[in-house]
Design a binder for this molecule. Structure first.
Ligand code: HEC
Length: 217
């Protein structure tokens, strides 16, 4: 099974970053992977979707990271280190930190955002706040049975990592755009894609770091 990451904005409700395909005339690999998506496959994709509401066709355009990661995944080879480093450096340089230097909001609001997987679909009213869908991929709340494990457990995050400037900024950048640390990250770029506002990111940060939040209990 080969992954082809196609969507620049994530489908929040299903937490799916890519779609699966294996050949069947849809894709074929040249030696260099340049033809991993054939013209006809691209045409099928381009003619199979319609723009509706906030779900625009720009979601079908792969980012450079998605293109390179899908290509090398298709070839069954690891992404070359120099390409990975270039992509990560480029994404890291574009992380926007809070202008007021305040990284922490309200952990109770953060908990709701972490548990909320709604938003960014064609029938969501533009401007309605989105969820962060963190628990779809991370365990972070003790005794909640419906948490995913695609990502590492975040239980006890603040308690075990502390709150040095370095770890606080790292965590912000991770949530803003995880590609900054892993070119082929499966975590959606929640800040860079504008899925979450700065205030929502601050609330999530409080959830991860506040000693009173359920994450650290
Ligand atoms: C679609 C799955 C997915 C979603 C949704 C997701 N993450 Fe992640 N996250 C991952 C994966 C996978 C990793 C592991 C690293 C990687 O792949 O880049 C990760 C890594 C992290 C890390 C770094 C952990 C470490 O040990 O340094 C943090 C922090 C994090 N995620 C927080 C969040 C928060 C907060 C949210 C919600 C706002 C969230 N994630 C939503 C998949 C996800």
């Amino acid at each position: 099974m080969k992954r082809i990451a196609l969507f620049s904005a994530m489908a929040l409700s299903i937490g799916l970053m890519g779609c699966a395909s294996n050949g069947g005339g849809m894709a074929s690999a040249g030696e260099d992977g340049s033809t991993y998506m054939t013209k006809s496959f691209k045409e099928v994709i381009a003619t199979s979707f319609q723009a509706k509401g906030s779900a625009g066709l720009d979601r079908l355009v792969q980012t450079e990271a998605q293109h390179e990661c899908s290509k090398y995944d298709y070839l069954g080879k690891p992404l070359p280190k120099d390409i990975a480093a270039r992509i990560e450096k480029d994404h890291y340089s574009k992380v926007v930190y809070p202008a007021d230097g305040q990284y922490f909001g309200d952990w109770k609001a953060g908990l709701k955002i972490a548990e909320d997987g709604k938003g960014m679909t064609w029938n969501d009213k533009p401007g309605t706040p989105n969820g962060g869908n963190c628990i779809n991929c991370h365990q972070m709340i003790p005794n909640n049975p419906s948490q995913g494990n695609l990502g590492p457990s975040l239980i006890g995050y603040g308690k075990t990592r502390g709150n040095s400037e370095q770890i606080v900024k790292y965590t912000w950048a991770r949530i803003y755009d995880s590609t900054s640390f892993n070119a082929c990250s499966q975590m959606p770029p929640l800040g860079a894609s504008h899925a979450l506002t700065q205030q929502q990111m601050k609330d999530i940060m409080a959830l991860l770091f506040d000693p009173n939040s359920p994450v650290n209990k």
